[in-house]
Design a protein around this ligand. Sequence first.
Ligand SMILES: C[S@@+](CC[C@H](N)C(=O)[O-])C[C@H]1O[C@@H](n2cnc3c(N)ncnc32)[C@H](O)[C@@H]1O
Length: 353
Amino acid sequence: MSESAKPPSPGISRTSIYVAAGRAVGAREPDPSVRNPDYLAERLHGEPSTLALDDPAVRALSLSYDEAMKDIEVVNIVRLMTIRTRFIDEALERAIGGGATQVVILGAGFDSHAYRCGELLAHVRVFEVDRAVTQALKKERVNDVLGGPPSNLTYVPIEFQHEDLPDVLTRHGYDPSQRTFFILEGVTMYVPEDALRATLRFVAAHPRGSGIVFDFVYRAMIDMISQIDTTTAPEAAKPFLTRFLDLIRDEPWVFGLPVSREREFLGEFGLELREAFTIGGEESLERYLTKADGTQVGAQVIADAMARKAQGAQAAGQSAPAGQAPQGPQMSPERMREQRRLMAYQMAEAWRA
Ligand SMILES: C[S@@+](CC[C@H](N)C(=O)[O-])C[C@H]1O[C@@H](n2cnc3c(N)ncnc32)[C@H](O)[C@@H]1O
């Protein structure tokens, strides 16, 4: 695409601010066994009011942890981010333990691995790749908070849609012959399919033992988002849906993997799925959010919200006039389970086969 034909670039990534806030709140959890390990998120996030992002997760940073975690929207983003951060941290450790000497963080936003995993990455080159405008703010924050970046880190500005990742990386001293680990956290949904496919081909062209960790949604979720009509949405869901659409207005979600075909999709590029799981599924809750006493982070708030939803549905059913179908969300349990499967947020780690 020629320079003149390019659409205007989005400003500072608001989604990167949002997810950093989710990590920052999760890092305040008192129990270390279920805490988000990103202790730098709050300091890198900085003063949110300048970024005009009015969101419960950002506002939560001005409240105590207990107060903030009474809001189901805060609970949801904290849980999601804690699972995501902890799994990615584990995958990164596996990669370095397996001999990776380069780490590429695509769509880095306020990612803190280069700063908080100094010991692990001491002999590794790290490349943070992001849109220039978001990267500029990140560099400012890093200078303010940490006095500057570590010497093994290189910032690489890019626009994935219009620039060639291998070329841009190489211009910044990247060596494609080295065993490399790629982190795509909160990124695949923003990247058009052809650009994501090119990235996966690039990952797979690295030496054996190279790998990638990423989160993703299924195509069904992208289709659903494109059809959201906040005027006809259930009253209770309207505030969240309106905020979500506003959050992604400059960074639309455009790509989802074929439903339940992650292994085959990655296989097309010669990447072997090591593990994939649903964020918020039983296994992930058990692994990352369950305390020694068996309780889970935010579980009571979620149970209360579900009970209120069930009561609302029941009341809507009871108030239907005789002989008419009940109003409100009357879904069979099977349909609900299928719906949850299609709309689930997923996490995956794959290796060059
Ligand atoms: C949801 S944020 C995730 C940030 C970070 N990885 C994290 O999880 O905290 C999405 C990131 O992808 C970047 N991004 C989205 N589309 C992009 C594109 N076309 N080119 C370059 N970066 C892009 C944004 O600038 C932003 O930093």
